[in-house]
Design a binder for this molecule. Structure first.
Ligand code: NAP
Length: 251
């Protein structure tokens, strides 16, 4: 199905799951704002790919954990398109494998700032634009959680798991807050997905190592997560709100 002319912001859209959401979203007719943190080349190349396939996209750099950056990201979309129909809170980070007694306050604060505060700030700005309470036309928000929220991340990253637990609670609470304002809010909770996030946390072979713990005995692809996200954004999911859906190969 397509959503011609609708606008979509994907945070952390330059690489990995976010990039797959941008590509598939653009192919379905969304105009896509590709937010990213640092990797200009990846975001630029993605926008070029989308445009050469006939889609519409632009790249907008900014740290979702910084309020001035978040305001600037949304203002860039206001200037360019003057409307927002969908937000995917996808930007997220992990950190080095560590126990709680090895974690610095700075590490924990960075994790919470990007994974939680970033998602809440972006949702705030999206609600201001999409809610019928504020004169908007409604819309949809999808948050990227993780099955770590229910498994706990013990011995690896309980801080990351806790940040995704907060995302689940936020998804449920926000969905009820804006349910009569034309906005649906859902979350997709991936299992182990083959992206560069594992190498960024110092575990480049994590996908291979975790395979045996997945009932389907394989990692998922970014595209398999993107399809679930785009279903939640679409009118096919018109009665779904406050849902947290595992897409995890059965784990
Ligand atoms: P990834 O491959 O590491 O890509 C992360 C993207 O987020 C990059 O585009 C990066 O920008 C951007 N980003 C990082 N920090 C940011 C910030 N502060 N502000 C804005 N953008 C930022 O990650 P992924 O594996 O696709 O993960 C995407 C989401 O899925 C995350 O929320 C993650 O927690 C969740 N998830 C992933 C898995 C998995 O196994 N991969 C499992 C469960 C949940 P640059 O390109 O500029 O660096």
């Amino acid at each position: 199905m397509s959503d011609p002319g609708k606008t979509l912001l994907v945070t952390g859209g330059g690489r990995g799951i976010g990039a797959a959401i941008c590509r598939i979203g653009a192919a379905r007719g969304y105009r896509v704002a590709v937010n990213y943190a640092e990797n200009d080349a990846a975001a630029k190349s993605l926008v070029e790919d989308i445009e050469s396939a006939g889609g519409t996209a632009f790249a907008v750099r900014g740290d979702v954990g910084s309020e001035p950056d978040v305001l600037a990201i949304f203002e860039a979309i206001d200037r360019k398109w003057g409307r927002l129909d969908a937000l995917v809170n996808n930007a997220g980070v992990v950190d080095r494998k560590a126990r709680i007694d090895e974690m610095s306050a700075a590490r924990i604060e960075r994790m919470m700032r990007i994974n939680i505060v970033g998602s809440l700030l972006c949702a705030r700005e999206a609600v201001k634009r999409m809610s019928t309470r504020h004169g908007g036309q409604g819309g949809a928000i999808v948050n990227l959680s993780s099955i770590a929220a229910t498994l706990g991340g013990s011995g690896e990253y309980v801080d990351y798991a806790a940040s995704k637990g907060a995302i689940n609670a936020f998804t449920i609470g926000l969905s009820k807050e804006v349910a009569t304002e034309g906005i649906r809010v859902n979350a997709v909770s991936p299992g182990i997905i083959d992206t560069e996030i594992h190498a960024s946390g110092g575990q480049p072979h994590r996908v291979e190592a975790m395979r045996e713990f997945v009932p389907m005995k394989r990692a998922g692809t970014a595209e398999e997560i993107a399809h679930a996200v785009l279903w939640f954004l679409s009118d096919e999911a018109s009665y779904a709100t406050g849902s947290v859906m595992n897409v995890s190969g059965g784990r």
